[in-house]
Design a protein around this ligand. Structure first.
Ligand SMILES: Cc1cc2nc3c(=O)[nH]c(=O)nc-3n(C[C@H](O)[C@H](O)[C@H](O)COP(=O)(O)OP(=O)(O)OC[C@H]3O[C@@H](n4cnc5c(N)ncnc54)[C@H](O)[C@@H]3O)c2cc1C
Length: 311
């Protein structure tokens, strides 16, 4: 069994595995050490094949989408990093639902919906991730999230079994999905969207895009909001009022435009970013007695030993 999984993997995909590939090229932060192995599967059969081979060999696996909400350790990521990002994928309509595969850019899903006057996803405009990454993070804005219009999600569970989960059977919350805990890999999803007025849908999407571009920081590499909002206020407001805007450690800086963004001024390390995050948490706690929690996902080893080894 072990031998056959590895043989199938070798036959199909091994030549496309990159070794010691710097992950800084695959993250919006432009930060991160190498993946021991980086693999972009060509479809789901390839993905399952790679995951089975990695499991048979005892190699740990990490999933990456478009890398827009992650901070990768300076020492990189051990084992196999599977990158689920494929710009050529397009949604399809089936029985009144819009079907999207996980590696598809969110922008393709949104464009598809807007072109057909389908409403419900406008608030996902300008979120630079994949459909899978957005479901994993339950991404959204303006109090709306991708889970709202989800009919079902297709996943590979921990045992690499294919499971179809209806929306009502998945635990979602603000920037939370159960997939953050149960280790499932999202393969695709179906969305139940309402037919609306095309002009209104386009103007809503346009307004949200302009508001985001005016508020968010797009000049320097970043990973979007660093901390989740506490229940009754905005993380950015607390960070700004605690005097952290513009605070800099190494080449990482709390954005002068949006206090909940940390930007890479060029050459920032993951250590710069985590130390700056710690400082912000301390300052906000000292001023407001509120402890901020990270929204971004940390990938790789962030222990002091790993930092010492890579520094
Ligand atoms: C400029 C900017 C603006 C942003 N604005 C917003 C915003 O308005 N609202 C918002 O919510 N977010 C925002 N983000 C954050 C980010 O774009 C979203 O969280 C996005 O959904 C992440 O998708 P991704 O494909 O890049 O995931 P990644 O960053 O690659 O991964 C995020 C997490 O999801 C996991 N993952 C990815 N794909 C899968 C999969 N198929 N199966 C299982 N796990 C998976 C990864 O392991 C990782 O833990 C912004 C980011 C930037 C840089």
């Amino acid at each position: 069994m072990v031998g056959s999984a590895i043989d199938r993997f070798r036959g199909r995909v091994e030549q496309r595995v990159l070794t010691k590939e710097p992950l800084s090229s695959y993250t919006s932060f432009h930060i991160g050490g190498p993946a021991e192995y980086l693999y972009t599967p060509c479809g789901e059969e390839d993905l399952v094949c790679a995951l089975r081979a990695a499991r048979a060999l005892g190699i740990p696996t990490t999933v990456l989408g478009n890398g827009t909400n992650v901070l990768v350790s300076d020492s990189g990521v051990e084992g196999l990093v599977v990158r689920l990002m494929e710009t050529s994928l397009q949604p399809v309509m089936e029985k009144g639902l819009v079907l999207a595969r996980a590696p598809m850019p969110l922008s393709s899903l949104l464009e598809f919906a807007i072109l057909r006057d389908l409403s419900g996803l406008e608030y996902l405009v300008s979120i630079p991730g994949t459909v899978g990454g957005a479901i994993f993070m339950n991404a959204g804005s303006f109090s709306q999230a991708i889970s709202t219009h989800l009919a079902y999600v297709e996943v590979l569970d921990r045992n690499l079994e294919y499971v179809l989960k209806r929306h009502e059977d998945v635990d979602f919350d603000y920037r939370y999905s159960e997939f953050q805990e149960n280790g499932a890999i999202i393969l695709g999803a179906a969305f139940d969207l309402e037919v609306g007025d095309g002009a209104t849908i386009r103007s809503t999407a346009g307004r949200i895009r302009s508001e985001k571009h005016a508020k968010q920081s797009w000049e320097h590499p970043n990973a979007g909001s660093i901390f989740t909002n506490p229940p009754t206020t905005y993380a950015g407001k607390l960070i700004e009022e605690a005097g952290c805007k513009g605070l800099q450690l190494g080449r990482a800086q709390v954005s002068v435009k949006h206090a909940n963004f940390i930007v890479n001024l060029g050459g920032a390390t993951a250590l710069d970013v985590v130390c700056l995050m710690d400082l912000v948490v301390q300052k906000v706690y000292a001023r407001f007695n509120v402890r901020l929690s990270p929204e971004i996902r940390l990938l790789g080893d962030f222990s002091p030993e790993a930092a010492h080894a890579s520094g």
